[in-house]
Design a protein around this ligand. Structure first.
Ligand code: FAD
Length: 495
């Protein structure tokens, strides 16, 4: 029997979600709430996405957890920022308690998804067989599995070890414990890792090619957050939702304010570091070439103390070449160490499988990306992404909710497909993140919102049918009505 003849026990899930990270699980919640049968296909054996797959020392989320956690299940904590382990556990608990775990098929990797216009159905090819569904939601993350590693001259002659930060595992301390470490980078990952790596190391130097603006926090929630959390525990839930909205509004206001009046931003950071370092050190190591909030601002916990007490050294300079003992910088300085940890970032990758329409591969380079939700010319396809300068989930939840409205609208009116047209869009990313700028022309071109979640959710995420092209339903392949998706299996095994 061919793949096409087989169905999923006589029916197909309405939606296939690819990836069980924070986005996929959130999407699954909104689909479940709307009784839309779906499956989540996850290539690894655990849910949580990057929060469970990466385990480097110090890994945490720089967004306040009260805001990063789902609105439908806020995470209450006496810390503002929590570790990746805590987030992974939170996601496991949320998925179990709210019934999303049973929708997930682990170890199923999507290789190709092909939308068949004649059936208005997706054919999703995986290592476990072929799945068919009316809609695909791509929640496969936006970073490639392989990190960004710059080419360094002479790295083969270095006698110590060079690893990318994301290859470290906090459980395997032997790799970094007691070592003289050079941590390369000045972005969010480097700044998160610095305290934990320093604690385990014999010594640590932080080498940055150019400085970043860094914001130090005590990690203690404000009285407002503590009060709202207390009220939430006592059963009065609304205040925490208001506080979440208020915090998001503050994030967006600071972003816009610093971008509009960079001198105020620069003054803020100068004052922020005034008591920790001298003016000269500030100019040398903490004065970036760009304006505040043109790039994401790393958040540190305990970095000020380490610098003030000279427990770590910050070095600004570009690597000329690796030597046997360490590196030679372009400014003539040499650094010796045993272990070089590269916190040099990630490569963006929005599609981790081939996307086709009627057998033709879709060229996704520079594709127009409407509201961080739908891509031009790919019918019945959603891809919720967050906003780069702030908490990811603040937009992905809004997108998931709009997506559900579109699907319900289609069901009510017996519509078979929804798309937006493919067109050229001038893309000016709100944030000049290095990983975006490295290959700007390849990136999906976002438009249709201001990239400010607190405002966008009010202005741009209401459902308006005129924004989309709908096609009446054709063919006989009816999606399943029974929400008991636990029964679902792939429709056929790949040959
Ligand atoms: C180090 C780091 C720090 C970050 N800090 C913050 C922060 O402070 N605040 C913030 O808002 N955001 C932060 N982010 C952004 C972060 O990526 C998002 O917040 C969020 O985790 C993205 O979730 P996701 O579910 O979309 O993707 P992921 O977490 O990447 O999950 C994608 C899932 O899809 C699965 N998958 C991939 N391909 C396939 C396939 N072909 N078939 C089946 N399954 C597949 C993967 O196994 C994975 O489980 C950070 C990211 C990193 C890497």
């Amino acid at each position: 029997m061919s793949a096409e003849q087989l169905t999923v026990e006589g029916c197909a899930p309405e939606v296939i979600v690819i990836g069980a990270g924070v986005t996929g699980i959130g999407v699954s919640y909104y689909l479940s709430k709307a009784n839309i049968p779906h499956l989540v296909l996850e290539k690894s054996q655990e849910l949580g996405g990057i929060w469970s797959s990466q385990r480097w020392p110090g890994m945490r989320c720089d967004s306040m957890i009260v805001k990063y956690s789902y609105s439908f299940r806020p995470f209450l904590s006496d810390q503002c920022l929590v570790s990746s382990e805590t987030i992974a556990q939170y996601l496991r608990d949320a998925a179990r308690e709210l019934g999303m775990s049973e929708k997930i098929r682990f170890g199923v990797e999507v290789a190709r998804a092909d939308f068949r216009s004649d059936e208005q159905m997706w054919r999703v090819e995986t290592n476990a067989g072929i799945f068919r569904a009316r809609f695909v939601v791509n929640a496969n993350g936006y970073f490639a599995d392989e990190p960004h590693v710059p080419a360094f001259a002479g790295r083969e002659q270095f006698r110590g070890k060079i690893v990318h930060l994301c290859e470290l595992d906090r459980a395997e301390r032997g790799v970094y414990e007691g070592k003289r470490i050079l941590l390369v980078g000045s972005g969010a990952s480097a700044i998160s890792a610095v305290t934990d790596l320093h604690q385990a190391s014999a010594s640590l130097s932080l080498l940055q090619r150019s400085p970043s603006y860094i914001y130090e926090t005590s990690n203690r929630p404000s009285w407002l957050v503590r009060l709202a959390q207390r009220m939430h525990r006592a059963g009065w839930k609304a205040p925490l939702h208001w506080v979440r909205s208020y915090l998001q509004l503050m994030d967006d206001l600071v972003f816009v304010g610093f971008r509009t009046w960079p001198r105020i931003g620069k003054l803020f950071f100068k004052r922020h570091w005034r008591k920790t370092i001298s003016e000269e050190e500030y100019l040398q190591h903490f004065t970036p070439r760009y304006n505040p909030w043109e790039q994401r601002i790393p958040v540190s916990i305990g970095l000020k103390k380490l610098i003030k007490e000279k427990q770590i050294e910050v070095v600004t300079g570009e690597v000329e070449a690796f030597t046997q003992q360490g590196v030679q910088l372009k400014n003539g300085r040499t650094l010796s160490f045993d272990l070089c940890v590269l916190a040099t970032g990630y490569e963006p990758q929005f599609f981790k499988f081939e996307v086709c329409v009627d057998g033709q591969k879709v060229e996704t380079r520079g594709i127009n990306f409407f509201k961080g939700m739908m891509m031009g010319g790919i019918p019945n396809f959603f891809q919720p992404v967050g906003t780069l300068h702030t908490t990811w989930t603040q937009r992905t939840e809004v997108v998931a909710s709009l997506m559900v409205k579109i699907i319900r609208h289609m069901k009510r009116r017996s519509l078979g497909s929804v798309a937006i047209e493919r067109k050229e869009v001038a893309y000016r990313p709100a944030l000049k993140a290095n990983y975006i700028l490295r290959r700007l022309e390849d990136q999906p071109a976002l438009y249709g919102a201001w990239e400010l979640p607190s405002v966008d959710r009010l202005l741009f995420y209401a459902f308006r049918s005129r924004h989309y092209t709908f096609t009446p339903r054709v063919g006989s392949a009816q999606p399943m009505q029974d929400p008991a998706t636990r029964q679902l299996q792939p429709s056929a095994q790949l040959p």
